[in-house]
Design a protein around this ligand. Structure first.
Ligand code: AMP
Length: 286
């Protein structure tokens, strides 16, 4: 696996792969790799002759300086793990390569960035995400880019910007990889203390409870969410949000129908965790 630091080096490697007739795959990440990231990389390598993982902790998407400062970083360990997946290149540019002096352009996707994470993290969060992903897609010019369902709103926003800006890339969504107890893998899990780590899988248990009642035919969103709130209450978890929204538009639903995204965020001390599940409420309307 080669390690690339500049856009110029990346473009040379991509051009060489294309001239060999290979498809280019890109899995953008912020590092501190876990099995969720590794699944994205393996999928990229399975589907593309030349698979790139990018590692860039994007300062523009952090609204709290403390969150950025404590974000886990270990490029040495990440390099070993990425190599083992078989990806061909690790693109790990310095901040100055991504945001050179005088950088001012941003990408704003509008309404999709406003609810859920947008409410809690502010409009700058998804502006930062959309801008850096647009740049990474432009830098690597992949045929296929891989993102996780774990960050459902982010993945939806990326699909939208790719469509709206006519970017010539196919976006693939990979399923959420979980710990054996259901906790969605996240780089932030490493920051949980023992008691928070014990309580954190409650988020998945709450989402699963909602999914069960919707699968059972419940079409009233607040009654469906109540099943999850009951689980959260057993661990005294008060979520930042816990919502049933359209999986396509993220709009709140008066009645659960079609593809529904059940999304949750909660704080465990200083650590914020998010998770979600997709439910098909169509079958409930018979
Ligand atoms: P991050 O490094 O957290 O920005 O994540 C990089 C990519 O990995 C994003 O597309 C995430 O959605 C994806 N990802 C993060 N955690 C998981 C997980 N547990 N399962 C699947 N994909 C994930």
């Amino acid at each position: 696996m080669i390690v690339l630091r500049t856009v110029a080096e990346l473009r040379v490697a991509v051009r060489a792969a294309r001239s060999r007739g290979e498809r280019i795959g890109l899995a953008p990440t912020m590092g501190a790799f876990h099995d969720g990231h590794l699944a994205l990389m393996r999928r990229a390598k399975d589907e593309c002759g030349f698979a790139i993982v990018s590692l860039f902790v994007n300062p523009a998407q952090f609204s709290e300086a403390a969150d950025l400062a404590r974000y886990p970083r270990d490029e040495g360990r990440d390099t070993v793990l990425a190599t083992a997946t078989g990806v061909d290149a690790l693109f790990a540019p310095p901040d100055s390569e991504v945001y050179p002096r005088g950088f001012t352009t941003t990408v704003d996707v509008g309404a999709l960035a406003l609810p859920l994470e947008g409410v809690v993290r502010g409009p700058e969060h998804f502006r930062g995400v959309a801008t850096v992903v647009t740049k990474l897609l432009s830098m690597a010019q992949p045929d296929v880019a891989f993102f996780g369902q774990k960050d459902a709103q982010q993945t939806l926003i990326i699909r939208r910007l790719v469509r709206d800006l006519d970017l010539p890339v196919r976006v693939e969504t990979c399923p959420t990889v979980r710990e054996p107890d259901g906790l969605a893998m996240s780089s932030r899990n490493a920051l949980l203390d023992a008691e928070s780590r014990r309580r954190a899988p409650t988020l998945w248990r709450a989402l699963s409870a909602v999914r069960r009642v919707v699968d059972g035919g419940e079409t009233n969103p607040s009654r469906a969410l109540d099943a999850g709130h009951a689980i959260l209450a057993t661990e005294r978890i008060v979520p930042e949000y816990f919502a049933a929204v359209s999986a396509e538009t993220l709009a709140p639903l008066g009645v659960l129908e079609g593809e529904v995204l059940i999304a949750i965020a909660a704080r465990f001390g200083a650590v914020r965790l998010i998770d979600n599940v997709l439910v098909d409420a169509r079958s409930a309307r018979t």
